[in-house]
Design a protein around this ligand. Structure first.
Ligand code: ZN
Length: 331
């Protein structure tokens, strides 16, 4: 089923395409947005629904709740957060409001990261977005008529995002597990796994062994990974543990539903980038030299596959940030 690019009331630019991945398992793949939204996985079981990740704002999660009601009248019982980043859990509050028995689930590491870092970053957003708004207003003044419509649309989105982030009622996990949590429903098994550090210290993978589906959060995405809170040196090893699971379909944190081929490419990119930075750093090269040399080295193999989303998430900018993070850790 490919349907329903959808703009819900108050959703702003939160749009999702719903793809059926297996019986009762759906991926809501987020479209490009002014404030990036993550994908959501929807898993319907005999007694209720699990959703995985809740986007950058409550209005985006409300779009999913509306879509869900078209799919099933069963209640959401579990909301899983794959990691502590804002664009994966700021919509949490919508679920307990819509479904009073909903539990929010993550591992202990991620819950702690939400408390220690995530809550503070909400304050950061409240400080930063007004600066963004002032810049958009200045840009509109200086813009050509052709540029103006886009900037004005962005301004509206920035203003409504600020209102949402100011009104946010951060809903932290109500259930936290250590390494693994398994749910045995009448019709399916759902495994929540921590396989090591990658995109963050606490990445949670959701695995459906019978349906051969895995949900990766941002440990694997459709464009160049964000490593600002990540562990580049551990990442490929964590993906190797992921590769040991038996699956055919992958619902990633961002980007379209994919399969094992993309895991291979993505894992190789992370591995080759880290190795190339390590080698260059060992020669005593400066960060700028390392950026230039590693980009030249990796571009022939990786520029094209990591450019599927074009200017929305350009590879070279992502790579430069990845190199900088890795260089800081290995040198
Ligand atoms: Zn993330």
């Amino acid at each position: 089923m490919d349907c329903c690019a959808h703009e819900g009331p108050g959703g702003g630019d939160a749009r999702f395409d719903i793809h059926k991945v297996a019986d009762g398992v759906y991926a809501a793949v987020a479209s490009a947005a002014y404030k990036v939204n993550c994908n959501t996985a929807i898993i319907e079981s005999s007694d209720g629904v699990m959703v995985v990740d809740t986007h950058s704002k409550p209005s985006a999660a409300r779009v999913i709740v509306e879509k869900l009601r078209e799919i099933t009248n069963k209640p959401v019982r579990y909301v899983v957060n794959t990691h502590f980043h804002w664009d994966h859990w700021h919509g949490n509050e919508v679920y307990p409001a819509a479904y009073p028995d909903a539990e929010i689930v993550s591992n202990n590491i991620t819950r702690e990261a939400m408390v220690k870092k995530g809550l503070k970053r909400i304050q950061d957003h409240m400080r930063q977005v007004p600066t963004e708004i002032a810049k958009l207003k200045a840009d509109i003044q200086a813009a050509s008529p052709a540029q103006r419509a886009k900037l004005e649309a962005d301004l509206k989105l920035a203003e409504s995002y600020l209102a949402e982030v100011r009104a946010l009622k951060p809903a932290l996990p109500t259930i936290a597990f250590e390494q693994t949590m398994k749910l045995y429903r009448r019709d399916r098994e759902i495994h929540l796994l921590h396989l090591g550090r990658a995109h963050t210290e606490g990445d949670v993978f959701v695995y459906l062994p019978k349906e051969k589906v895995v949900i990766t959060g941002d440990a694997m995405i459709g464009w160049t990974p964000y490593m600002g809170d990540g562990y580049p040196e551990d990442w490929a090893g964590t993906l190797d543990r992921l590769a040991q699971l038996d699956f055919t379909h992958v619902i990633m944190g961002h980007g379209d539903v994919t399969g094992r081929e993309w895991l291979n490419t993505f894992r190789s990119y992370v591995h080759d980038m880290v190795e190339a930075v390590r080698q260059e750093a060992a020669t005593g090269a400066t960060l700028d030299e390392v950026k230039q040399r590693v980009t030249e080295k990796l571009a022939p193999r990786y520029e094209k596959p990591f450019s599927t989303y074009g200017e929305y998430r350009p590879w070279r900018a992502g790579l430069a940030a990845n190199i900088e993070r890795t260089f800081g850790m290995v040198s």
